[in-house]
Design a protein around this ligand. Sequence first.
Ligand code: PXP
Length: 238
Amino acid sequence: MMTKLSVNINKIATLRNARGNNLPNLLQVAIDCEKYGAQGITVHPRPDERHITYRDVYELKSIVTTEFNIEGFPNTKFIQLVLAIKPKQVTLVPDPPGVLTSNAGWDTLKQKDFLKEVIAEFKAAKIRTSIFVDTEIVTIENAVATGTDRIEFYTGPYADNFTKNKEEAIAPFVKAAILANQLGLGVNAGHDLNLANLSYFKNNISGLLEVSIGHALICDSLYFGLENTIQKYLACLH
Ligand code: PXP
């Protein structure tokens, strides 16, 4: 089955923001990622707009022709933004304020009612929903009750453990993915995936629909160029 590559372009915005002008041009990079084969573009606007700004998201709306995925914590401002843009997919992430990067999935038991409410709002607007989760069985079971279409596995722990023992690193994800498939949840994944660990993940996770990759892909493109890098990541998924 095909796994789509969605390129997270937050790092491009970080680089641009370092100088306050429009270099690199975020919209052009999104267009080029698609031209080079990416099947999706992901952005993660954070409340302080330190990389992707809300304005960027509005501008990207008319540029992105593949699957546009907006990630973030569903506060009022984020919900309004997503409902105005109507991307193909929204990925809900439980980021505490001020966190450097997403570092855990939702507690789908404790947050079930909150997630249910927000997801219903997005689904009414015909936006596909995904929620960022860890691999605990109870988390997956309770994810179903939120009404979400998909889950996105937080793959940070997989990437951390991959270099020590890849069989052990993948085991909880294999189990959780099988359960998710059985329960009718689509499976996405992201965080710290890279050229070394991606194909092993893809080959062991059944029904992997999409990966969203930012940091490592943008770093690799410094050495290989953006076009070659995207081709290398696509090759890992085939
Ligand atoms: N998925 C989610 C929910 C994220 O927050 C991020 C980072 O913004 C990613 C995927 C991509 O992670 P990375 O930049 O490590 O590839």
